[in-house]
Write a protein that binds this ligand. Structure first.
Ligand SMILES: NC(=O)c1ccc[n+]([C@@H]2O[C@H](COP(=O)([O-])OP(=O)(O)OC[C@H]3O[C@@H](n4cnc5c(N)ncnc54)[C@H](OP(=O)(O)O)[C@@H]3O)[C@@H](O)[C@H]2O)c1
Length: 325
């Protein structure tokens, strides 16, 4: 059930990124529309900074309009100003409250007819006892149930983009973590555990990231026929505000040995969004930092996907939002 030390080391200490902001020509994404969830901070904010010169329309989706406004002001102030700056827009959604998801998708649909890339980046680490507004285990509710609902609501715009965009360029990028390998329960997700409030922060966080891999794989199976790519990436181990609740010595230790600047996580996101390695043939893949297609390190998690658990988890998520939307 455990990952090999080699698999872990390969993700802790990755080789240099192969897709960076230098691979994205200025103005190259004019006419494209992107959504980045959790874009006001950390990896998501660095991703928006990299995308800014490309001329795309980018929706920064998060749970605080004030924080999004600050992020937009920060990105817009980049100097020297690019020749073809992106159009930056805010989109309110709170992934821990299912009632905000359809309105967010409806607000997007009222403004755009296409969606080229959806980066499911938002995430959080919850303490034991946590639940979402609708009483779901907090990690699974916020990282899996709500993002799947959001994606399904955005399917018309993803399909519309796939009809006219270059092949394999319309993508849904889910976010995994080394915690799948280290902390997720046997088989990635334990259906009995996720019916309860958070029991153990690391375990439920890891399970939700395995859940994201399941949704990526199942999304590829269901939506590949529309020309939509769905992959899951482990951004790497980055020093971002997500570590905010950890003790100083914990942070100091990890910063010395395993944490990288958050822009490296954005490189993994760029790879997932733009690398030609990601295509119809690799649809549903898992991506290691800073951009390598490799299997999830845990054989039991891989086996679970082969055994149909990804489809089972997808249906479990759909049932969970049923009564609220
Ligand atoms: N940093 C790492 O080492 C690492 C490693 C593996 C995976 N990841 C994953 O990478 C992603 C980005 O994390 P990060 O390190 O960049 O952390 P971060 O700086 O804390 O950014 C997380 C973003 O998600 C937003 N968010 C949290 N809960 C939300 C909710 N309920 N609804 C909408 N937005 C919400 C946050 O908004 P607020 O600012 O309002 O909190 C923030 O914008 C997460 O999915 C995380 O699990 C991170």
């Amino acid at each position: 059930m455990s990952s090999s030390l080699w698999t872990l080391l390969q993700q802790f200490y990755p080789p240099a990124p192969t897709v960076t902001e230098k691979n994205l020509a200025a103005g190259s994404q004019v006419g494209k529309v992107f959504i980045v969830t959790g874009a006001n901070s950390g990896i998501g904010l660095d991703l928006v900074k990299f995308l800014y010169p490309t001329g795309a329309t980018i929706y920064l989706a998060s749970r605080s309009l004030e924080k999004i406004d600050n992020a937009i002001a920060q990105v817009s102030a980049i100097s020297p100003a690019p020749a073809t700056p992106a159009t930056l827009k805010s989109l309110y959604l709170d992934l821990s409250d299912l009632t905000t998801i359809k309105p967010a998708a409806a607000s997007f649909a009222a403004q755009e007819s296409r969606l080229d890339i959806l980066w499911h980046n938002a995430g959080f680490g919850y303490e034991p006892g946590s639940v979402t507004k609708q009483g779901l285990e907090a990690h699974i509710g916020t990282h899996c149930v709500a993002p799947l609902l959001f994606t399904q609501e955005l399917l018309p715009q993803l399909q519309a983009a796939a009809k006219s965009a270059p092949k394999d360029s319309v993508r849904i990028v889910w976010t995994g973590s080394i915690r799948i390998d280290i902390n997720s329960p046997p088989g990635g997700v334990d259906f009995a555990r996720i019916e309860k409030p958070t029991i153990n922060k690391e375990c439920e966080y890891g399970a939700s990231k395995a859940g994201n891999y399941f949704l990526a794989a199942e999304g590829a199976r269901r939506w590949g026929k529309y020309g939509i790519i769905s992959v899951c990436q482990n951004p790497g181990n980055l020093y971002t505000p997500i570590w905010g609740n950890s003790s100083w010595w914990h942070i100091a230790f990890f910063r010395i040995f395993v944490l990288y600047p958050s822009k490296y996580g954005a490189y993994t996101m760029l790879y997932a969004g733009f690398s030609p390695d990601v295509n119809e043939g690799t649809n549903g893949a898992y991506i290691w930092p800073w951009g390598r297609i490799r299997p999830v390190g845990r054989s039991d998690v891989l086996q679970a996907v082969s055994d149909g658990k990804a489809a089972e988890f997808w249906e479990w998520c759909e049932k969970k939002w049923g009564q609220y939307v």
